[in-house]
Ligand binder design. Sequence first.
Ligand code: BDR
Ligand code: CA
Length: 362
Amino acid sequence: MRTLSFGFSRRTFLSRAAVLSAAATSPALLLGQTSSGSKRVILDLDIGIDDAFALLFAHYSPAIDLVGITTLFGNTTRDKSARNACYIKERFGIEAEVYRGAAAALHHRLGEPPVFVHGEDGLGDTETINPTIRAADLSAPDFIARTIMENPREITVITVGPLTNLMLARMLEPGIVGRVREVIVMGGAVGFAGELGNATTVGEANAWNDAHAMDSLFRFPWPVTMVGLDVTYAPDASMSPAYVEGLKGRSGDAGVFLERINRQYRRFYRSSRGVDVTFQHDSIAVAYAIAPELFEIKRGKIKVLTDGVARGQTIFCPQGHHNSEDPEWADLPIHSVCSAIDGPGFLKLYQEALFRAAGPVV
Ligand code: BDR
Ligand code: CA
């Protein structure tokens, strides 16, 4: 077994060095946890306001050991996405490196980023995003592929943007399918709660942004859990202005930052859905990594439509369905899809993590 690969945070390095000798007797370590029991996570984002909430949630959660931050196009451009990650890394002292990834989907033509959701800078246009640090030289797909290969069954990948980086990593190194610990995907919607799409009528944004990549993801037998709009639009998991004010009051500079960037996101949800709350899609995927017991799961096969008016639509065939041996579906592996969430449980978990950030406001 190779020891530590490049790019790991000092915290990961220390914990891994300390635990190598104990690994044979510690089942938790063999399941990809550090000595403190935290999961070793690569977080793949198209940063994005709700992505920023998710990154700080992962950073401040003791249950997560962030080993790398990978970025790509989606909510904003490839370069702004990497820059936003560097900004958050620098401002909040995140040790994990940032790796810049895909500028566009595998096959779709690149569209305009949704500035009406996330602002011109991708973070709600309230801060001066001018980090002094830059992304690492290695590309995001390279980092993902190499890290998983060098740390078999230890790495959890959480994707909260288009699936392009992860599927490019699989093309670089097909062996990651058998070596990743788990893949948690914010994306898609199968209709458990009546939601089918947000980018279009039936296309969730991450699925729609690279439908080929997401469809390909579900064709491989890695352990994937889809955290879609079915749970991320749960009203009782949304953040009210009072809740975000509470973060601002008790989470130091992190709370101040989140309240400021949330203003644009709030305007978007007020105008698009007529509600004064914000839906934290990406943090809910991070919550699944930390506390899967907050979710109900259904098992089955998933396809993503790649073209036309239904581009990005995710179709779910439940395990045991009489049609699941239809030639169109027969060879697909079974995956997990979140069908319900304990919303208050999620909000409590998020708050507990962010309150750990309390410190001097800059
Ligand atoms: C997803 O699309 C992006 O806009 C959000 O950041 C989230 O990952 C929601 O559909
Ligand atoms: Ca996102």
